[in-house]
Design a protein around this ligand. Structure first.
Ligand SMILES: NC(=O)CC[C@H](N)C(=O)O
Length: 384
């Protein structure tokens, strides 16, 4: 027998559907993702910590799940909502289905609601707090809990997804990712060394960094500038991560102290933290960008990149210090998508060049980071 589950929003709306995955009750910010595929990568992206994710594509799960498509060691989101989950899985890579996957990791799922109506509500009224439950089915009680839930703003969720300690990264990109026919070279011991500050990093970012031919050491995002510099890095990478970037002050302080000492590249939360470290401000967007089809204008080339995104905060361009250039703009809403520091080697993007899942238009950014590292190494060697 199907079991009932309900999603209540803080504005009093309640959606009733069928439960799948784990049983229980969770609260979170309700947001939507427009990707047609890539649900396993979305489920395991640590940036979704504290969020209940609604998929706009109506059928989810038809190619199952596998042991390769994880973007971290487990799902971090609060809950998962779909119009219809596929009962039948058809893919030779599949090792299980969505229902088993959510049960295995204790994630509550809801299906069979009008996801179009829900997404329209979020688009009109903005992101809202919600409660998803299979145990309490009383509408008034659920709405009260949604209203009382903490939401995302002002909370440091990075601390909840940090790796426990430093480690070296040795995994190349999967053979499924064809990078202009490039194959991974052996990494020589004197290859440049990248320290990746992990605020909830997606695995495919680390794989891309490794594929630029660099040695990669991952440090928890709480590391100080002193901790980072002990590794004698040739480049520092700032990862994606969950929640509001503003309260993640320790990271901003570390970044401020590293600027000018070593080339820096940031993605998503890393991009926001770089801007905050330089005195700019971030703001909460009405409903954010989540999906694999966001058009971004690259100002340097005049070309449009179709990008993978997942963020609900953005950098306010009016607060940027004059030594920042906006290199990329979002063509849907003119929000900032990329920054370049004009005085020290540092740049960042709000979107996800590692894709996973999504288009590969922006892979070049990893090679650009490698170039910056090589230039800086050359410059340092000359001046020594
Ligand atoms: N993917 C990310 O790094 C997201 C950054 C931040 N948590 C936001 O929602 O804007």
């Amino acid at each position: 027998m199907e079991k009932i589950a309900k999603l209540a929003l803080e504005d009093g709306t309640v959606y009733t559907g069928m439960a799948f995955g784990a049983e229980g009750e969770v609260d979170g910010e309700v947001c939507f993702n427009t990707s047609m595929t890539g649900y396993q990568e979305i489920l395991t992206d640590p940036s979704y910590r504290g969020q209940i994710v609604v998929m706009t594509y109506p059928e989810i799960g038809n190619y199952g799940v596998n042991e390769e498509d994880f973007e971290s060691w487990k799902p971090h989101l609060a809950g998962f909502v779909v119009r219809e989950r596929s009962r039948r899985v058809s893919n030779w890579r599949a090792t299980g289905d969505l229902d088993q996957f959510l049960k295995r990791f204790g994630i509550v799922g809801l299906e069979g609601i009008d996801t179009r109506a829900l997404v329209r509500r979020i688009r009109i009224h903005g992101a809202m707090k919600g409660v998803l439950s299979t145990v309490d089915l009383d509408d008034a009680s659920l709405v009260a809990k949604a209203k009382a839930s903490p939401g995302l703003v002002g909370r440091d969720l990075v601390r909840e997804v940090l790796p426990p300690e430093a480690f070296e990264w040795h995994q190349p990109l999967s053979h499924w990712t064809k990078l202009n026919g490039q194959v991974l070279r052996e990494i020589p011991p004197d290859a440049p060394h990248v320290v990746a500050l992990d605020y909830g990093m997606k695995y495919n970012i680390a794989r891309h960094l490794f594929n630029t031919g660099c040695r990669v050491t991952v440090l928890p995002g709480t590391a100080t500038a002193e901790d980072v510099l002990k590794y004698r890095p040739d480049g520092v990478f700032l990862s994606n991560g969950p929640g509001d970037p503003e309260p993640v002050r320790y990271a901003q302080q570390t970044i401020a102290q590293l600027l000018g000492k070593v080339p820096i590249f940031g993605i998503c939360l890393g991009h926001q933290l770089l801007a905050l470290a330089c005195g700019a401000k971030t703001f909460k967007m009405k409903f954010g960008h989540r999906g694999a089809n966001q058009p971004v204008m690259n100002k340097d080339t005049g070309r449009v990149e179709i990008t993978c995104q997942n963020h609900g905060f953005a950098v306010d361009p009016d607060t940027l210090p004059p030594y920042f250039e906006v290199t990329h703009w979002n063509l849907n809403d003119n929000t900032v998508e990329g920054l370049r520091h004009l005085e020290v080697p540092a740049f960042s993007v709000q979107y996800h060049p590692e894709a996973s899942a999504g288009p590969h238009d922006s892979h070049y950014l990893f090679e650009r980071f490698r170039q910056l590292i090589d230039e800086y190494r050359g410059a340092v060697a000359k001046s020594a």
